[in-house]
Design a protein around this ligand. Structure first.
Ligand SMILES: Cc1cc2nc3c(=O)[nH]c(=O)nc-3n(C[C@H](O)[C@H](O)[C@H](O)COP(=O)(O)OP(=O)(O)OC[C@H]3O[C@@H](n4cnc5c(N)ncnc54)[C@H](O)[C@@H]3O)c2cc1C
Ligand code: FES
Ligand code: FES
Length: 466
């Protein structure tokens, strides 16, 4: 039985562990404040809070309930818009009313929950972070300006929020119901789920599998990778960075260790999906779904990463560039799973750049993406790793181009010649994200953009010269 706390009530259900949390909330529990929209993680109408116990406290984040299988709710606190009711409307709801940030109201519970998650985040809230928190909420009525104004007011209302214990601070101010203070203790009483029999499908964040196979999962069981301790955490070990397969995109973006290696990490993560999807989506899921345009796969290829594959007893290490065998086909055998990703890290990290073009900047997958890491010796390129997505059946490591670049001077001529090598290495096809000619052009531009970003003065290039 999956057991969790839904608002103030501890619930146990015999529904299949792959059943969607959204359907359980609305149709089993009759809590209709959580709306059904796209069912694909795009609109945010179904946004809820997910509270995870961390010792004596609970940390909350937003999630799209349509893509969350019940198994991922086990042992957690799920909060719907009904669950934040104190008898008065909260500061978040007041700001939305005062700034006419609601019209038909269909999107509004989702927006309220995203902004409440931002209020509960254990960090300072700024007008920018408040706006970013609703990056996964689509509204067809308000035109967004009124929502932005409400977000700015909420940020100033949260000016004194302590990062250490935002829950108590909000309860003290009457912004959250008092029952929130008992949740950590109540969650500690829920036992972990027993292991599922062998052969049951595994799921991590669900943001890919629940889009592809929601109907099948609604009728069957699934086990979660999220609860496996060995798949969590970001550490440094013997000169390598180790990222557990169940680390989420949000956790990655906040990692101090990784930010030392990739200073622009947070802004790169903002280009992936939306806040609630990033809170759920894992690195393991991004790699194993084997999408040719997976952003994490492309970044990790350029970091010269290895994948650790295990069957639970024995482990083997595979260079990530060899893991992708063919379209959606990986070197992972029956009974094996991805444990972690490792890549070389040092106090003197290489330069790194990630570029992505999609039809819109946020909440969209790439037409073409690319990443590069390189070291330079004076004017010449030393070790170099280059990758690209959307230009072959798999996320591609551009080995020949990287080897061509190694030892050459950084100048326009080198880039032009390297682009000819890239052309030989890629095989884009025309699809809904663009024609093959367009994708060739995009990769050329992204390749040049890496160098313009990393060497703005040294290159002194004008784009038309290329
Ligand atoms: C609205 C929306 C926007 C998105 N935007 C982007 C984007 O901008 N960029 C991008 O790259 N992707 C994007 N995605 C795709 C997806 O969110 C990511 O690829 C995500 O990282 C998948 O991770 P997950 O944990 O949710 O995978 P899941 O759906 O849980 O799993 C995917 C597959 O991987 C398997 N799996 C997961 N973990 C392991 C493991 N440790 N070992 C073995 N198998 C495993 C599962 O069995 C399943 O087959 C988007 C998805 C949505 C819904
Ligand atoms: S229903 Fe649209 S994101 Fe869940
Ligand atoms: S108020 Fe109508 S969709 Fe947002």
């Amino acid at each position: 039985m999956v057991t969790f706390i839904l608002n103030d009530e501890t619930i146990s259900t015999g529904r299949p562990s792959g059943y969607s949390l959204l359907d359980f909330i609305r149709y089993d529990m009759g809590l209709t404040g959580t709306r059904t929209g796209c069912r694909e993680g795009d609109c945010g109408a179904c946004t809820v809070l997910v509270g995870t116990r961390k010792g004596d406290s609970v940390s909350y984040s937003s999630a799209v309930s349509c893509l969350m299988p019940l198994v991922n709710a086990h042992g957690r606190h799920i909060v719907t818009v009904e669950g934040i009711n104190t008898g008065n409307i909260s500061a978040v709801q007041r700001a939305i009313v005062d700034h006419s940030a609601t019209q038909c109201g269909f999107c509004t519970p989702g927006i309220v929950m995203s902004l409440t998650a931002e209020s509960l985040a254990a960090r300072k809230t700024t007008p920018e972070s408040a706006v970013a928190s609703v990056s996964g909420n689509i509204c067809r009525c308000t035109g967004y300006k009124s929502i932005e104004k409400a977000a700015a007011v909420i940020a100033s209302a949260l000016a004194g929020k302590p990062a250490s214990d935002p829950v108590s601070w909000l309860v003290d101010r009457g912004e959250l119901p008092a029952y929130f203070l008992s949740i950590a203790e109540r969650l500690s009483l829920i036992s972990p789920l027993p292991p599922e029999p062998a052969g049951v499908r595994g799921i991590a964040g669900g943001t890919d599998l629940m889009v592809q196979k929601a109907d099948l999962l609604a009728e069957t069981g699934t086990v979660t990778f999220l609860e496996r301790e060995e798949l969590k955490g970001i550490t440094a070990d013997s000169g390598r960075c180790v990222i557990g397969a169940a680390v989420t995109v949000s956790e990655l973006g906040r990692s101090g260790l990784l930010k030392r290696h990739i200073p622009d990490l947070e802004s790169y993560m903002q280009l992936i999906a939306s806040e609630p999807v990033r809170n759920m989506a894992t690195i393991g899921g991004n790699i194993v779904n084997a999408s040719p345009i997976g952003d994490m796969s492309v970044m990790l290829l350029a970091l010269n990463a290895d994948a650790t594959i295990t069957d639970g007893r024995q482990e083997r290490r595979v260079p990530l560039k060899n893991l992708f065998l063919a379209y959606k086909k990986l070197d992972i055998r029956e009974g094996e799973y991805l444990k972690n990703i490792t890549f070389p890290c040092s106090d003197d990290p290489p330069l790194f750049s990630f570029e992505k073009v999609s039809r819109r900047t946020h909440l969209d997958i790439a037409s073409v993406n690319s990443a590069i890491s390189l070291r330079i010796n004076g004017d010449t390129i030393g070790e170099c790793h280059l990758s690209a997505g959307g230009v072959s059946p798999v996320p591609l490591c551009l080995k020949k181009t990287a080897s061509f670049l190694t030892g050459r001077q950084i100048n326009a001529e080198t880039l032009l010649q390297a682009n000819e090598v890239i052309r030989e290495e890629i095989s884009p096809i025309s699809d809904v994200r663009g024609s093959k000619e367009y994708k060739r052009l995009l990769l050329r531009q992204l390749f040049i953009a890496h160098f313009l970003k990393l060497f703005p003065r040294r290159l002194n290039l004008k784009i038309y010269e290329l």
